[in-house]
Design a protein around this ligand. Structure first.
Ligand SMILES: [Zn+2]
Length: 395
């Protein structure tokens, strides 16, 4: 049975990868395909669209409409291929040396494909599977919260959620949160030799970035030797900076983005409070020189962390399916699991493929990971088909 699901999952993966669902594009073609696929089994789902109507989350219940089911969650979007050197078409799954190459193969369309392949098995369950697909995960987990709220409202209480990020099928119980911010500085242009006649937005921004780098060092110094995270502390990095038009002009505009990734228990807003005060002070200072000058800071996203739960029900259940009895793992990338957990769902990360192959040119998933993912789906279906009385601990 498992081999059959793997083969079918592989065929579905080819279809899903062929939809270019880079986050900046619409994901509706993929969602429509999934809707049509499920309609073949008599299953209808629910779309949760974005405000513009050009993207949508989608979820559907497979099996009886009862409590105690399992959410299988995946994001439909992928990161861009821009500037990456690929050996084969990123949108065509290509097998080489036991690996399937293509954008999204590991992160995370294989998980979705295998869940869809197992739909006929899930239909035989006494408890349901809820397949939940989000958009805009890769740009700050922006899509999922609306879907999670809709699931909480419309779906009889699920037992737990599995977010199928590529963990090589290990059970991951914690991830860091991300607070992403953009700082924009408006200066006053003048010849670069006449610094008293203008304000360089770049110089102001560099001063602020320097403060952030000192904060990053301070966070590193607070590393917790017992932390399950690598690195074992909050990190702060500047991912984008843009400013200026010529070397001999005091820059009028500069902007930069930074992300602060905190382990559970550290509050990013509290950590950034002194920096916010500094931004306000610099804003006032340069405004007093030229009224059009100023500094603004905008929070682009704030993804909550996933806090490991000691002896958590989701961890025990998923471990019993995968046979994973290794140590509890935590990862430093953020995912939607923290959002599911915040909504009250017991949640873990577990999916085929490795995060090390994600976001890379020639992204790939090993065929044996497809097999392991298929085996997971089969065991999940078997488990949900058992009489609840057989598993009193899951009631
Ligand atoms: Zn992902």
């Amino acid at each position: 049975m498992s081999a059959e699901i793997a083969t079918k999952g592989r065929a579905i993966l080819e279809t899903l990868v062929a939809f270019d669902t880079t986050s900046r594009l619409s994901n509706l073609a993929l969602i429509e395909w999934v809707e049509a696929y499920l309609a073949n089994f008599g299953i209808a789902g629910r779309r949760v669209p974005n405000a513009a109507g050009d993207k949508a989350n989608f979820y559907a219940t497979i099996g009886p409409d009862v409590a105690g089911g399992v959410i299988l969650s995946g994001h439909s979007d992928v990161v861009p291929i821009d500037g990456q050197d690929w050996s084969s078409d990123p949108w065509v799954v290509t097998e080489r040396e036991g690996k399937l190459h293509g954008r999204g193969t590991s992160d995370m369309k294989a998980f979705i494909a295998l869940a869809l392949a197992a739909v006929p098995l899930f239909q035989q369950g006494r408890r349901p599977v809820h397949i939940a697909l989000s958009y805009d995960e890769e740009v700050g987990c922006k899509g999922a919260p609306d879907m999670i709220a809709s699931i909480a409202r419309h779906v009889p209480a699920p037992m737990l959620a599995v977010v199928g990020e590529p963990t090589s099928m290990a059970v991951v119980t914690g991830h860091k949160g991300i607070a992403l911010h953009e700082v924009r500085v408006r200066g006053h242009e003048a010849h670069s030799s006449l610094t008293h006649l203008g304000v360089s937005a770049n110089n102001v921004a560099i001063g602020l970035m320097h403060e952030l780098m000192e904060l990053a060092e301070a966070l590193k110094a607070q590393a917790d030797p017992d932390s399950p995270f690598t690195p074992p502390h909050a990190t702060l990095t500047v991912g984008i900076m843009q400013g200026g038009t010529a070397s001999n002009i005091l820059a009028r505009d500069c902007r930069f983005q930074f992300d602060l990734r905190c382990p559970p228990g550290q509050d990013p807003l509290a950590i950034l409070a002194p920096f916010m005060e500094r931004v306000a002070a610099v804003d006032a200072e340069i405004k007093s020189r030229f009224e059009e000058c100023g500094v603004t800071i905008e929070r682009l996203s704030h993804t909550p962390p996933l806090t490991p739960v000691a002896d958590g029900a989701a961890e025990a259940f998923v471990r019993s399916l995968t046979g994973d009895n290794g140590p509890a793992l935590a990862v430093s990338y953020a995912a939607e699991a923290g959002q599911f957990a915040r909504a009250g769902f017991a949640t873990v990360l577990c999916g085929p493929g490795s995060i090390e192959q994600a976001h890379q040119p020639d992204e790939w998933i090993a065929l044996d990971q497809i097999d392991k993912g298929a085996a997971f789906m089969v065991r999940l279906a078997e488990r949900l088909a058992e009489r609840p009385a057989d598993r009193p601990e899951e009631r």
